[in-house]
Structures are given as structure tokens and as C-alpha cells.
Design a protein around this ligand. Sequence first.
Ligand SMILES: CC(C)(COP(=O)(O)OP(=O)(O)OC[C@H]1O[C@@H](n2cnc3c(N)ncnc32)[C@H](O)[C@@H]1OP(=O)(O)O)[C@@H](O)C(=O)NCCC(=O)NCCS
Length: 157
Amino acid sequence: MIAVRRAAPEDTDAVRRIGLITWPVAYAGLASPEFITDGLAQWWSREAVERSIRSGITLVAEENGVLVGMVGLGQEEGFWVMWKLYVLPDQQGRGVGKALLDAAVDALPTGTPELLLDVMVDNAKAIGFYEAYGFGEPLRTPTRDLGDELKWMRLGL
Ligand SMILES: CC(C)(COP(=O)(O)OP(=O)(O)OC[C@H]1O[C@@H](n2cnc3c(N)ncnc32)[C@H](O)[C@@H]1OP(=O)(O)O)[C@@H](O)C(=O)NCCC(=O)NCCS
């Protein structure tokens, strides 16, 4: 059975493992090798993962003692943003992503009006998943410039 729970700092290495395995597979056909290497160094370093566990909301999906997926959220300029949602490649399509997203929405402070995320414009699989969940065009966004390769999506809560 899959259980979703809050990650603790002790889960840092297990959370990193999900990113280190999933990120290169997810972006292999979508992004340059440099993007993949830089992203792993920037967003999946021990420091970055531990910081987001401590300062944001990080949830993990666990099955038989093994972490199979994670979601990471943080605040930026008053917006709640889901920066990461990753399910191990061989565990995708089993409802883990939906369970993590449901739990992430539940974990937001009461009264949070919306959840934003950033996604690669060419990541059709993820965009399809988010649209099926109810994400659409944002009304307002943080000032951070995502560049041409990424876009914001919004879920009204
Ligand atoms: C995108 C991702 C998080 C989705 O998680 P998942 O566990 O594979 O998805 P689920 O099995 O929970 O799917 C839940 C529902 O979404 C639907 N769905 C999934 N992908 C879909 C798509 N591309 N288009 C339409 N619906 C989709 C499923 O059919 C399912 O619907 P159902 O409940 O009616 O059967 C996962 O595939 C993943 O980690 N991908 C690689 C990394 C990535 O791109 N992450 C996003 C970065 S922004």
C-alpha cells in the first residue's frame, strides 16, 4: 500500500534518490544534457533538498519502506508554488502522482486560494496530467522570469 507522509531531514538522501533517478529519464528527450546536469546540481543537491524539507513542504510516497515519489512546495512572493513532483519511472501511472498532489493541496494552510507550478513547455505528459487534475492558465504569477522553456500553471483551490 502507498502511504503519503511529510518528509523529515533524515529522508534527504532517499528524496534525492527519486530526483537523481527520475529527472534524467523525464527530461532526456526534452532538454539538453547541460540542463539535466545543471538541474541535478542546482535543485537536487543535498543542501537544496534538505533546505526545502526544512523550509517548505516536502511530502513523500512510501511503499514497503521504499520512497517511490515526492512533491516539494515552497512560498514565493506570497504564492504557494509546487517546484517538484516526481514519481520513479517504473512507478508512474499507478496513481502515485495524484496521491502526492492530493496530499500537497491538503497540506497547504487553510484559506490558500491557489497553487502554482512551473513545468517545461515541452513536457506534454506532465502538462496533460496537470490539466486532467484541473490546472490551467495563471491569473497572476511571481515576478521570477521562467524563461522560454518553462511556464506557470495554476490550480484554484
Ligand atoms: C507527471 C507525474 C508526476 C504523474 O504521476 P503519475 O503517478 O505517473 O500519475 P498518476 O498515475 O497519479 O495519474 C493520475 C491521473 O492522471 C491521469 N494522467 C496521467 N498522465 C496524463 C496525461 N498525460 N494526460 C491526461 N491524463 C493523465 C491518469 O490517467 C490518472 O487518471 P485516473 O485517476 O482517472 O486514472 C509522473 O508521471 C512523473 O513523475 N513524470 C516524470 C517527471 C515529471 O515530468 N514531473 C513533473 C515535473 S513539472
